[in-house]
Design a protein around this ligand. Sequence first.
Ligand SMILES: Nc1ncnc2c1ncn2[C@@H]1O[C@H](COP(=O)(O)OP(=O)(O)OP(=O)(O)O)[C@@H](O)[C@H]1O
Ligand SMILES: [Mg+2]
Length: 364
Amino acid sequence: MGHRITEPQILEALSRVKDPDLGQDVVRLGFIKDLAIEGDQVSFTLQLTTPACPMRDLMTAQVREAALSVPGVKKVQVRTTARVPSCSHTQTHNPMPGVRNIVAITSGKGGVGKSTVAANLAVSLALCGARVGLMDTDFYGPSIPILLGSDTPPESVSETRIAPAEKYGIKVVSMAYFLPRDKAVIWRGPMLHRMIRQFSENVDWGELDYLIVDLPPGTGDVQLSLCQTIPVTGAVVVTTPQDLALTVAAKAISLFTELKIPILGIVENMSFYTCPHCGQRDDIFGHGGAERLCGEMSYPFLGAIPLSAEVREQSDRGQPAALRDETSSLAENYRRVARELAARISVVRIQGGTSSGPSTGTTS
Ligand SMILES: Nc1ncnc2c1ncn2[C@@H]1O[C@H](COP(=O)(O)OP(=O)(O)OP(=O)(O)O)[C@@H](O)[C@H]1O
Ligand SMILES: [Mg+2]
């Protein structure tokens, strides 16, 4: 029999494994739980910051390898779990205490695919096992319930409170549930502000890892109200590759930066076109602009979504493309963006972000 294997030996070995996004080692980050040593067998739990972690497999392999490198260790059992970090702040007024992260989906101009991206990211995160909510703050043109094929409205739980609707495991609130169909609405600034408060304060969101907020186009009252009402973790900017759209995206970015909300990253939608017949890829609008913009302004590039008839067809059917199985490269594409987003959120949470101010409560 060799020497007895000790806990410090194992932890020392594991501390050589870094989380590539957070830049710190897994022991310091507190990711190693329930370490147990029995003879020549070691077991522990690797607790990641999101069930949608893009590095899950890589890090699991690395910690296993590290533990095996300790002399005498014959067998290593690694379990993985996830605990999504939330804001550590003690904000005097947080209307949604159970919601860990709030992600605003924004764009400078209309029709770039915000709502479609919002719905597909929500679906992707939920498929990873995260608890997800989707708040549709496009009060003039709410589209989320249509995209999700959800027509069962939220139920009242009391005189003033409602339980969100639920579809594909996602909790949903949208003005569409409360409006007569095909009726145009005119809301003024103060009314929009009141609606945001109602969607935040009077809805039983419960415990959520991610609340995705779909915004109306532009940089107006709703964006402002949202950031003043709830602690937004960060914004995702959706853009198309055309130069004009990129200039407009820069406007959306500067609004959130001014409000001291971190930019979690940029998604390039309708980016390239793959011919459904021959698979040939065509960069119709000159793909890559968003990635360049990210490079120039040092924002994370979360990924590109192709221009695809399947996106629209699935949306029209009320079944977001991200719901499809692994055989769909489109679904995999959305999942990749979702994992990248989840990683950026963890970074902002754990490192405090680069431009997080009082509204996210991460500075003191
Ligand atoms: N990747 C894509 N490929 C093809 N069509 C897409 C793609 N993404 C979105 N669309 C289509 O583009 C149209 C606009 O999308 P969407 O409603 O999501 O945009 P939006 O930015 O939310 O618009 P608005 O500013 O009006 O809220 C929809 O018909 C949608 O199906
Ligand atoms: Mg929309």
